[in-house]
Design a protein around this ligand. Structure first.
Ligand code: PBG
Length: 335
């Protein structure tokens, strides 16, 4: 009998494996789990404070004591890591962002509190960039023309990273897009014996219009004049993202991030094909807010929209994603 290696209809019917729930589960190529999620959390001053963020429905800033509760919730849901972002009061912001180096700043207090309560039960990722601490909302130090100066900024970023590592951060995540920051931060961490503190590089971070609600959340939105195009990447570029990623890996990054997420799935896919490192997507604030607004406007079912976008990141090649949906998605996955 002749065997055929390229059956066509009707011998081949791709609907056969789709016809029932059990079969779809059996052939599913990518499965989301709570362990894929990193949950970004915003910290505010005070105690027992929850401040809902208008532009991010369902997301709040929490005082340090309640951040600890959120971290416990994450652990109980099977979320392996939380990402912390401070809302620094205007009185503590300055042109040079010195509050970033204060061992007792909001970020460090929250990091210590979570580590004291949970130890190694959960990872803590801390963002390195000056925008939550500057009075101008830019990620680095400005010269007299308002240009963000790379090398002077590197000096303070390395100190900021060290400050976070001393407080107990497990993953340092430079989001500033200065040249040379990963290598500079790795060097100071090694010198300070923080050999096991990881670096997740915001390697391909684009100058995106999707960051608006985040800037409200950390209180830098109203302060920022202009844009971040002299350091964040041009959304038109893909080859350049590969150069950024290659450099960050060469400088000692343990994992890389692509940000934003959904509009950059091609970058994730290309990174997966070209490099052997864990890749994370940041489903940023504007993406989250769009889905919330779409669901509220009746565009589609909230949970279905959420799960479809998160699955897309896995399919594109991600090990996981930073997402404001983390707890909701984990709850859904846990049934
Ligand atoms: C700070 C930083 C930003 C985000 C993460 N870290 C904002 C920016 O670059 O302006 C955005 C995250 C989000 O929109 O959810 N450098």
């Amino acid at each position: 009998m002749e065997t055929t290696t390229s059956a066509s209809f009707p011998h081949t019917r791709l609907r056969r494996t789709r016809a029932s729930t059990w079969s779809r589960a059996m052939v599913r190529e990518n499965n989301l789990t709570p362990a894929d999620m990193i949950w970004p959390l915003f910290i505010s001053e005070g105690s027992d404070v929850q401040e809902p963020i208008d532009s991010l429905p369902g997301v709040s800033r929490w005082s340090v004591d309640l951040i600890v509760e959120r971290a416990k919730e994450a652990r109980d849901l099977g979320i392996p890591c939380v990402a912390l972002f401070p809302n620094t009061p205007n009185g503590k912001r300055s042109d040079d962002g010195q509050e970033a180096l204060n061992p007792d700043n909001l970020m460090c207090r929250a990091t210590k509190a979570v580590k004291d309560a949970l130890g190694d039960d959960i990872g803590i990722l801390t963002d390195v960039a000056l925008d939550p601490y500057t009075s101008h909302g830019q990620d680095g130090l400005l010269n007299d023309k308002g240009y963000v100066e790379n090398d002077r900024t590197l000096e303070i970023l390395t100190k900021q990273a060290l400050n976070q590592a001393h407080a107990g951060a497990d993953i340092i995540a430079p989001s500033d897009m200065m040249d040379g920051r990963v290598g500079a931060i790795r060097s100071v961490l090694e010198l300070a014996n923080h050999h096991d503190v990881q670096i997740m590089a915001y390697a391909a971070k684009y100058a995106s219009a999707f960051y608006g609600p985040f800037r409200d959340a950390v209180g830098s939105g109203g302060l920022l004049k202009g844009d971040k195009k002299t350091y964040q990447m041009d959304p038109a570029n893909s080859d350049e993202a590969m150069r950024e990623i290659a450099l960050d890996i060469a400088e000692g990054a343990d994992s890389v991030m692509v940000k934003p997420g959904l509009a950059y799935l091609d970058i994730i896919h290309r990174t997966k094909a070209e490099f052997n490192v864990p890749i994370f997507a940041y489903q940023v604030s504007g993406e989250y807010a769009l889905i919330k607004a779409g669901a509220a406007a009746g565009v589609g079912d909230h949970d279905a929209l959420m799960m479809e976008t998160l699955t897309a990141f896995k399919r594109a090649g991600c090990s996981g994603m930073l997402t404001y949906f983390a707890a909701d998605a984990a709850r859904l996955l846990n049934g």
